[in-house]
Design a protein around this ligand. Structure first.
Ligand code: SF4
Length: 549
């Protein structure tokens, strides 16, 4: 059955009267309803309901309930109860006083539809569209971007727990799918070894005993997989998700050599980007940043920061914890382009700035990326009196470099870095460099002339320009506004539960972060409409002291 959009009427008179009596000055939700209307329309979600029929409550209301739910950090049950019992919610949703609401399970089904249909971004986009139409967002203004870590919805497991829990979850899945087959093929001790959660059991003490336990679990898993792969086994067993996870985690932890099982050394295991940390949350990844490590995801927030306008989150980009910031900028800008919210200036810290991002920001979206470029870490640049690459003039047409001693390069060839990046290798003449009085400032290579490794022309010039600009007052003034995004991250973490994933998997975690961003925007817009000034980024006295000293 397809969903037919229903006309959205005004707030019912009785609801409006009682709500105004209860909140004479209005509240956040009533104010947003008065200013932005319903924000969402049923047509926005029509594709999601063509397959499985109409929901018990219209989609625009479910979208708004989801945002209000994240505004207050409510569970599905609490949100459904708020719809039934709270007058400000009824006002925002345009419901009659007597409306009985809906069963809380509808919310989870709505989220599933959003994720399956790839429409979770609408929760934020439609809100921003309403803000743009009413002039609360400046077109081609300034925006700033930063990322923070998100803890996955899982218990972090040791390798002993991880392997044994994986075995336990596979056995449980088999016990549901083919109980008789499992009874026939399971080793008797498996019922004891994997019958209870591993965290509730006492694991062997001591390094050797633990290693032996790891091997025993590994051998159990290999026997189980052999039974499953037997042509006589029911075909469906191989396709069970938990069996597939068992197979993958075993490949990451064990090796079989001549029938013997060997536990892989951590250095032999796949890198963190591919390593499964828990059989119950297979997309969360382990990562480290400075002194912090976590298992989960990373979210990149971009927000407007124009003076005289509310600062609203314009884009949410969620990735695996291991994904680097520098590789996300292009996707973030594409998201802003899709929403019609591209800025003229994007402020970001050094982790987003590289030659190709500076070039592509401008070429693809006419964005001036404002951020400190990575440092030239050569000794010549560090000493600040040596001849770093900036001291050489490059003639790209003639494919030639001129050094500070006015000598011309004699070789110009294409090369690649170990990671496959295209570069240019430039070399000077041995005769020139051997006789050069400035040689100590230029190269420490014995018996070799000076050589340069250059990025492709556009990237090289963009980085050199960014390094020169970084020393200007104009840059300092613009870049100082970037720090405000840290306050937004802090607000998201402390007031809106952004740090801890509620759901499992990247897509659902992304939905949570999008809904959280919409909730933050609702709160900020209401504050701005009421003349509440944005709080300055708070820094502890100790942090201020540390920077001053
Ligand atoms: S060492 Fe070679 S490249 Fe460097 S300044 Fe002297 S002549 Fe030029």
């Amino acid at each position: 059955m397809s969903m037919h959009p229903q006309p959205i009427g005004p707030v019912p008179q009785d609801t409006a009267r009682v709500a105004r009596a209860a909140f004479p000055k209005g509240n956040v939700y009533m104010q947003i309803r008065d200013v932005l209307g319903t924000i969402y329309e049923d047509e926005d979600f029509s594709e999601l309901f063509e397959v499985r029929g109409r929901p018990a409550i219209t989609p625009w209301r479910l979208a708004l309930v989801t945002v209000m739910q994240f505004s207050e950090g409510l569970s599905d049950r609490q949100a459904a109860e708020a719809v039934r019992a709270r007058i400000d919610w009824k006002y925002a949703l345009g419901l009659q006083l007597t409306d009985p609401g809906f069963n809380f399970s509808v919310l989870s089904e709505f989220r599933s539809r959003l994720v399956e249909g790839g429409k979770e971004r609408l929760l934020l986009e439609e809100l921003l569209e309403g803000c743009k139409e009413r002039g609360y967002l400046k077109v081609r203004g300034r925006q700033r971007t930063d990322s923070t870590h998100v803890l996955g919805a899982l218990r972090v497991l040791s390798k002993w727990e991880r392997t044994a829990e994986t075995m336990r979850s596979a056995l449980n899945a088999l016990a549901s799918a083919e109980p008789e087959w499992l009874t026939e093929h399971a080793d008797p001790e498996w019922f004891e070894r994997y019958g209870r959660r591993i965290e509730d059991q006492r694991l062997p003490k001591g390094k050797e005993a633990r290693e032996e336990y790891l091997k025993t679990v590994g051998a159990d898993g290999i026997r189980l997989l052999a039974h499953i792969d037997d042509p006589q086994a029911p075909q469906g067993l191989k396709e069970l998700a938990d069996v597939e996870i068992l197979r993958q985690i075993w490949e990451q932890h064990y090796q079989r050599i001549d029938g013997e099982i060997r536990v892989l050394d951590p250095k032999e295991m796949p890198e963190a980007a591919h390593r499964i940390e828990s059989p119950y949350e297979v997309e969360a990844r382990y990562s480290t940043k400075r002194s912090m490590d976590w298992v989960g995801y990373k979210v990149h927030l971009t927000e407007s920061c124009d003076e005289g306008f509310p600062h609203l989150i314009t884009d949410v980009h969620t990735t695996a914890a291991t994904a680097t910031d520098v590789k996300q900028l292009s996707a973030i800008q594409d998201g802003l382009a899709r929403s019609g919210l591209l800025p003229a200036f994007q402020l970001a810290d050094a982790s987003y700035v590289c030659g190709s991002n500076l070039v592509s920001s401008h070429a693809r979206h006419k964005i001036d990326l404002i951020g400190p470029p990575y440092k030239d870490n050569t000794w010549q640049a560090k000493a600040d009196q040596g001849f770093d690459v900036a001291k050489f003039s490059i003639d790209w047409e003639k494919k030639m470099a001129t050094c500070p001693q006015e000598r011309k390069s004699i070789r110009w060839s294409k090369t690649k870095t170990a990671r496959g990046r295209k570069m240019i290798h430039v070399e000077f003449a041995s005769d020139d460099c051997d006789a050069c009085p400035s040689r100590p400032l230029c190269t420490r290579a014995k018996n070799l002339p000076r050589a340069l490794t250059l990025q492709p022309r556009e990237e090289h010039e963009a980085i050199q320009f960014a390094r020169r600009r970084q020393k200007t007052e104009e840059f300092a003034s613009l870049y100082s506004q970037r720090a405000g995004i840290e306050g937004t991250v802090s607000q998201g973490v402390r007031a809106f539960g952004l740090r801890q994933a509620r759901y499992q998997g990247l897509e659902r975690t992304h939905l949570q972060e999008v809904a959280t961003a919409a909730a933050i925007n609702v709160s900020r817009l209401a504050d701005w409409l009421n003349g509440v000034p944005a709080a300055a980024t708070r820094r502890s006295r100790l942090a201020v002291l540390a920077q001053a000293s």
